[in-house]
Design a protein around this ligand. Structure first.
Ligand code: ATP
Length: 335
């Protein structure tokens, strides 16, 4: 990718992403910083929605089952691709790993994220507390949550109170899954930004997911399910910020050690905070999470601490690209 980047005209850079997830804030931020912007939609209906916004210069429709062609077209257009959860879901992690277009962040992480066991091993390597992972249902001695491989926004996950219930439900499963200790406490998701330009990890914001049916009005009549329908704003107790920052830094170091690439751009640690205020991280995302949409347009509370002005994550990405391009450091951002 660094060869491709060398051929790019830095005065005519375009920022591109898939028209879904966090595309609006990514492209709005990019436009604000003077980049050309491209949204790639799944179909014509979605394209129509994105076409109404002044900050999107071009809306394409793309064939996600064969993303190579779109990637090549992006390179011809001098474009940098900002990956997000829907991109990985639509094109699949294998295509995303190999797409021949400069892509923000550490791509190799996709391989780790595709495997729930590797994912937890990386968090463990970072020295971050994680839930117990059971290799077999016979080890289970309390409430558990069963998760499938691949980011699905919580779809299909279920909880079981103990071993018997778990064994009965597992019989019907055909997919790969992981059994984790069910953690009691409140969920909290931390947004970070890894900056090669400023050589630092920033704590950027936090959110809570709004999930059906765990957050719904179920009166105990429906079974808990974890399908994400949106995100809610969260500001953390200030006393929690040092440890949250520390976990973010430890994670970045573990990625460098184990995965062999440096984190660049947004990433996220997803946790439960227990009633003793300890934090247990059950998941990470190596790229922008949809929870950052909560401060689109007016900026995250913590961005002010680094820049003395509010910025949303789309603007933060664009700022980094602009500064990296000036400093000849784009190859530290894009892989
Ligand atoms: P993403 O789209 O971020 O990849 P996902 O599909 O991998 O999400 P998770 O974030 O792992 O899903 O989990 C979905 C939800 O399940 C969480 O938001 C949280 O509410 C709940 N959850 C996950 N793991 C645990 C756990 N160990 N204990 C308690 N609740 C959990």
């Amino acid at each position: 990718m660094s060869q491709i980047l060398k051929r790019y005209d830095l005065d005519k850079l375009a920022v591109a992403t898939i028209a879904s997830h966090t595309a609006l804030q990514i492209l709005r931020g990019a436009k604000k910083y003077g980049f050309r912007t491209i949204a790639i939609a799944k179909n014509e209906d979605i394209a129509q929605f994105y076409k109404q916004f002044f900050f999107i210069d071009e809306v394409w429709t793309g064939d996600f089952s064969n993303f190579r062609k779109t990637a090549e077209r992006l390179v011809a257009e001098n474009a940098l691709l900002i990956p997000h959860g829907s991109y990985v879901e639509y094109v699949g992690w294998r295509q995303a790993l190999e797409a021949p277009v400069p892509t923000l962040g550490c791509r190799e992480l996709l391989r780790w994220e595709a495997d729930q066991y590797k994912k937890m091993a990386l968090l463990e390597e970072a020295g971050i507390p994680i839930p117990r992972v059971y290799r077999s249902p016979t080890e289970v001695d309390g409430p558990v949550i069963v998760k499938f491989f691949g980011a699905k926004g919580g779809r299909g996950y279920f909880v079981a109170k103990g071993r018997e219930e778990l064994e009965a439900r597992l019989k019907a499963l055909g997919e790969e899954y992981i059994i984790q200790e069910y953690l009691f406490g409140v969920p909290a998701y931390y947004h970070y930004f890894a900056s090669p330009v400023y050589s630092r990890i920033e704590v950027f914001g936090a959110d809570i997911r709004y999930e059906s049916n765990v957050d719904g009005r179920t009166f105990g009549w429906a079974e808990p399910t974890f399908v994400v329908v949106g995100n809610l704003s969260l500001v953390l107790r200030e006393s929690l910020l040092p440890i949250i920052h520390k976990y973010g830094v430890q994670f970045a170091k573990a990625v460098e050690r184990r995965v062999g690439c440096r984190l660049a751009g947004p990433y996220c640690l997803e946790s439960i905070i227990k009633d003793d205020m300890s934090i247990v991280v059950f998941e990470f995302s190596g790229r922008i999470v949809a929870g950052t949409n909560i401060y689109m347009g007016y900026g995250s509370p913590y961005s002010v601490l680094y820049f003395d002005k509010p910025m949303d994550m789309g603007e933060r990405i664009a700022h980094e690209i602009r500064e990296a391009a000036k400093a000849g450091k784009l190859d530290q951002l894009f892989t």
